[in-house]
Design a protein around this ligand. Structure first.
Ligand SMILES: Nc1ncnc2c1ncn2[C@@H]1O[C@H](COP(=O)(O)OP(=O)(O)OP(=O)(O)O)[C@@H](O)[C@H]1O
Length: 123
């Protein structure tokens, strides 16, 4: 592996990593679909720019956490498929990152998206 790889090559590898996670991780597909729905609803509600920033931050946090979680799972399994306390700690900690990002995203959804959505649907 070259340490001086060109920018387009690095970009291609990053896209390949995202495509890999989408192909192999149902959670990643769910988070991407949920992000798309949230952003479509935000556009429909014509939310102000400040609200968009929160929603984009929440979607980005969840997708990045899921990518890192997938990377940790693969790296641990590549190192050894044997069960160990350290392997468990690494995977559980990475899963914790996804949980925290998901709770943040749910809170942002409740605070930013729910009130205007409720208003639109009920009025
Ligand atoms: N080598 C291992 N040694 C000890 N415990 C492990 C090991 N591999 C997995 N585990 C435990 O099983 C849990 C599930 O691990 P796994 O690799 O199956 O990920 P997962 O929960 O299926 O994630 P995803 O659904 O995102 O693929 C881990 O969080 C950890 O607690």
């Amino acid at each position: 592996m070259s340490r001086n790889q060109s920018e387009p090559a690095s970009f291609r590898h990053a896209l390949a990593g995202i495509a890999y996670a989408l192909r192999t991780e149902p959670h990643m597909r769910f988070h991407l679909a949920a992000s798309a729905v949230v952003l479509i609803v935000a556009a429909w509600l014509r939310l102000p720019r400040g609200d968009w920033m929160w929603l984009l931050a929440a979607c980005t946090a969840v997708l990045c956490a899921e990518l890192v979680n997938t990377a940790v799972e693969r790296a641990v399994d590549h190192a050894s498929l044997q069960r160990s306390e350290l392997a468990k700690a690494a995977k559980d900690t990475a899963a914790g990152a996804v949980l925290i990002a998901s709770v943040f995203a749910a809170a942002v959804g409740l605070i930013v998206l729910l009130p205007p959505l409720w208003e639109r649907l009920s009025g």
